[in-house]
Design a protein around this ligand. Structure first.
Ligand code: FE
Ligand code: FE
Ligand code: ZN
Length: 283
């Protein structure tokens, strides 16, 4: 029987460059990782050194890494009611996608945004509009919509909303979804009791071939809380067994699994990764 590869990692700091991220990943037993394309609160991005990008690519190849999952700043709001805010999101995402081409063929994940009272339909229109301006047919990056907890006026806590956004994107072959376990728990999808049912629903509404990455977080809040507070694996309402069922589900095999748990440091993530690998053996 062919062994199914488990790709596990966490968010790494870009401050020392790309190659340093590769080394950090190796040092904690990760074989995928996430990084913010610029300061997570927005702001400007550092220029990319092509030699540094090549050095990282070498590490990724030699270490048989899975796809990387870059993350747009979480303050971007592509469906803000303010034109200036939408323009900033457009500028940042266009620039990020250009920079992602240095690493070829990875993922760029973003939060669809909050409609701030304009209504879900208007929000979805604005998000698709922006995507149609930044996605080019030649890019090698797949853009991922993250499933959200449904806090405030967040769009993307229902699979239907993500499907509708994708259906409005001209180059929808460049689109996928990143499923965050804390967010869907808080959004009302019962990961513990109904994982198979959730995946069936995802397949029916979005299509499982769109599911490209997982954010694996426990949740500090119960099912349907619409809160979005991540817990370390085993410290929340999903629990270690719930998370193990997700990362070892046959339909999810091979997807990059990114921890976004409140660990104090890299050693915390190293420990979490090693526990998940150990407990996945034989599952
Ligand atoms: Fe996120
Ligand atoms: Fe997430
Ligand atoms: Zn979150």
């Amino acid at each position: 029987m062919e062994e199914k590869k488990l790709y596990l990692g966490c968010h790494l700091s870009t401050s020392a460059g790309f190659e340093a991220m590769g080394r950090d990943a190796l040092s904690i037993g990760a074989n995928t990782f996430a990084f913010f394309t610029r300061n997570p609160r927005g702001g400007s991005a550092k220029a990319i050194d092509p030699a540094d990008a090549e050095a990282l690519k070498k590490i990724l190849e030699e270490g048989n890494f899975g796809k990387l999952v870059a993350h747009a700043p979480y303050t971007l709001n592509p469906c803000s009611a303010t034109q200036k805010t939408r323009e900033f999101a457009l500028m940042a995402m266009a620039d990020d996608l250009e920079r992602m081409e240095y690493l070829q063929g990875n993922y760029y994940n973003f939060h669809p945004g909050s409609h701030v009272g304009q209504g879900v339909e208007k929000g979805i229109e604005l998000i698709a509009d922006l995507l149609n301006q930044v996605i080019s047919p030649n890019q090698t990056t797949t853009v991922l919509l993250e499933t959200m907890a449904g806090k405030g006026s967040e769009i993307g806590s229902r699979f239907e909303e993500l499907a509708e956004i994708i259906s409005k994107v001209n180059h929808d072959e460049k689109m996928g979804v990143c499923l965050d376990t804390c967010h869907i728990n808080d959004g009302g999808y019962d990961v513990v009791e109904n994982l198979d049912g959730i995946l069936e629903e995802f397949d029916r509404i979005i299509g499982l071939d769109r599911l490209k990455a997982l954010h694996i977080n426990d949740s500090k809040n119960p099912l349907g809380a619409h809160k979005d507070r991540h817990a370390c694996i085993g410290d929340g309402y999903i629990g270690l067994d719930g998370i193990l069922a997700v990362i070892n589900h046959p339909k999810l095999a091979g997807l990059p699994c990114i921890l976004e748990t409140p660990q104090p440091d890299l050693m915390g993530y190293a420990k979490e990764i090693s526990i998940l690998r150990e407990k996945s053996k034989g599952l």
